[in-house]
Design a protein around this ligand. Structure first.
Ligand SMILES: *[C@@H]1O[C@H](CO)[C@@H](O)[C@H](O)[C@H]1NC(C)=O
Ligand SMILES: *[C@@H]1O[C@H](CO)[C@@H](O)[C@H](O)[C@H]1NC(C)=O
Length: 159
């Protein structure tokens, strides 16, 4: 074989390898995944999303105010029953991401809850859905397809 055709063959093999690696990566992306946010790493930290629904009942519009250490997401109204409030964020590299919210409705005191805690939630949800009820918030359970992961208010936290 002449060295030219050898080089051409080598180039072709390298291109073929590159192409099949691209195909393989693409196929890997299509395999089913559960909805957990991956451990954040420097290059690929997945976005997470928290969505909050009002499940308080007739006449009880909800007011939500969420914050993290770095950001104040402001005050939002979530009308009963159709309203919702959602925010997206990228969990930080250190795995310390925490968002907490204050919840109020007519004649209620201010209730607090840690709506996203990376260490608690990363295996459970990348998209986290919550229904706010008077007794506390309930998270959507991807296994049962119900809002059955209920918590108490965490009224120790203060704004
Ligand atoms: C999702 O995947 C993570 C990591 O692979 C695993 O630890 C977790 O149990 C899974 N969650 C569900 C609901 O299957
Ligand atoms: C709740 O909010 C909706 C939409 O803003 C409004 O139309 C409705 O009157 C409110 N209900 C109460 C009881 O304040």
């Amino acid at each position: 074989m002449s060295s030219l055709s050898k080089n051409v063959l080598q180039l072709f093999l390298v291109m073929l390898l590159g192409f099949s690696m691209t195909l393989f990566t693409f196929a890997a992306d299509l395999t089913p995944k559960n909805d957990s946010a991956t451990r954040p790493n420097f290059l690929d930290r997945k976005m997470a999303r928290v969505t909050i629904f009002n499940d308080l009942g007739e006449g009880l519009n909800l007011t939500v105010h969420c914050k993290s250490g770095h950001s104040d997401l402001g005050v939002h109204k979530v009308a009963y029953p159709k309203g919702f409030y959602a925010f997206n964020f990228r969990p930080n590299f250190f795995g310390t991401t925490l968002y907490f919210c204050g919840f109020r409705w007519p004649d209620s005191p201010l209730h607090m809850f840690d709506i996203y805690v990376f260490q608690r939630d990363r295996e459970v949800c990348g998209k986290c859905f919550w229904k706010i009820r008077e007794d506390g918030p309930c998270m959507f359970n991807y296994e049962t397809k119900e809002y059955d992961l209920c918590s108490n208010w965490n009224n120790r936290r203060k704004f």
